[in-house]
Design a protein around this ligand. Structure first.
Ligand SMILES: [Fe+2]
Ligand SMILES: [Fe+2]
Length: 338
């Protein structure tokens, strides 16, 4: 069956429809489509002139009298080619502690639901071992009141929680007056930013709204590490543990779960359990994963039965960036190595 061949002004709607459907295409390409659809009723040059008219690139006078101003676009040279747009991705780089010596690691304290005895025992041990740097490796605050989970109104007092966190950080600085202190965000502290996005999006990116500011860190000379960045103690990467997202659970222990997921030596908290998993590859290179215990209440209402244990770690970084890990448990107020 022969195609319908539009004539005269019947071509204008076709031109407009094609230009509207492909607003970024080159004029010549659009003109070819017009000629095709008109079954050769107009020449390529005629079609191109109509397309250019529709695009508003035929001079100011024609642009003025054009009926389809929404299709206008700035003129561009013939043969114009697009560049790859600039990426807005931000680099995700590790944060190197830059320490040679002993790094004390305290994880999952969950203030104000911390265990005072276990916390005291961990700090006593780190002091006795004369650490050179301290890392609070995430979930140092619980931020129960601003979580998305259902909350008991009795415990919902964010002002009190913040006050307890500020006092806790002051106490940490007092106990470790002379060492650099690095503070990493865990999933619980990330509740702060999520809460801001929901309740005060307009000012959420103002530095004054930062969790470090609200918790009083600048005055305590503590360094905040956010954005799920890996922390490096020599060659040992340290995570809080929530960075890898949900997925493979740990069938035997958390350290093995970390190995299955990352296939790289790592130390992490988050699971509230002390565990170690080592595995050599075919060439004998050993990968060792560690998970550290927590320092919070072991029987919270939302998980009264669990496999958690108290514990913390000391990583000794040598001159050549190699390291040793002391991943200790705490029973009552006793530090246990086995
Ligand atoms: Fe935790
Ligand atoms: Fe966590």
């Amino acid at each position: 069956m022969a195609k319908y061949v539009p004539v005269g002004d019947a071509i204008t709607p076709i031109v407009l429809r094609i230009v509207e459907a492909h607003p970024d295409a080159p004029a010549r390409t659009l003109a070819r489509r017009v000629v095709e659809e008109c079954n050769g009723a107009i020449t390529l040059e005629q079609a191109r002139s109509r397309v250019r008219n529709a695009l508003g690139v035929c001079g100011a006078a024609k642009r003025k009298e054009s009926a389809a101003k929404h299709l206008h676009r700035p003129a561009r040279p013939a043969g114009h080619r697009y560049e790859i747009p600039k990426s807005q991705a931000e680099p995700w780089l590790p944060f190197d502690l830059g320490i040679v010596g002993r790094v004390g690691i305290l994880s999952d304290i969950h203030v104000p639901y911390h265990d005072e005895t276990a916390l005291r025992a961990a700090v006593d041990h780190l002091q006795a071992e004369k650490i050179d740097a301290l890392l609070l490796n995430g979930d140092w605050a619980d931020f129960y009141s601003i979580s998305r989970h259902e909350k008991n109104p009795k415990h919902r007092n964010f002002r009190n929680e913040l006050a307890a966190v500020r006092t806790f950080l002051k106490w940490v600085r007092q106990e470790f007056a002379d060492v650099p202190i690095t503070v990493k965000l865990g999933n619980h502290e990330e509740r702060w930013e999520r809460w801001l996005f929901e309740h005060a999006p307009e000012i959420s990116d103002d530095p004054i709204m930062g969790i470090d500011n609200w918790c009083g860190m600048p005055a305590l000379d503590m360094t905040l590490v956010k954005d799920k960045r890996i922390i490096l103690a020599g060659q040992l990467p340290i995570l809080h543990g929530h960075e890898k997202g949900n997925g493979i659970s740990s069938p035997v222990n958390q350290a093995r779960g970390a190995f299955m997921r990352l296939h790289h030596t790592v130390l992490e908290g988050h699971g509230h359990r002390t565990s170690t998993h080592s595995e050599p590859d075919m060439m004998g290179k050993e990968t060792v994963c560690f998970s550290t215990g927590c320092l919070c209440d072991l029987r919270p209402a939302y998980a009264v039965l669990n496999k958690w244990n108290h514990g913390a770690a000391i990583v000794t970084v040598h001159d050549d960036r190699s390291f040793d890990v002391e991943n200790f448990r705490i029973q009552g107020s006793r530090v246990r190595q086995s």
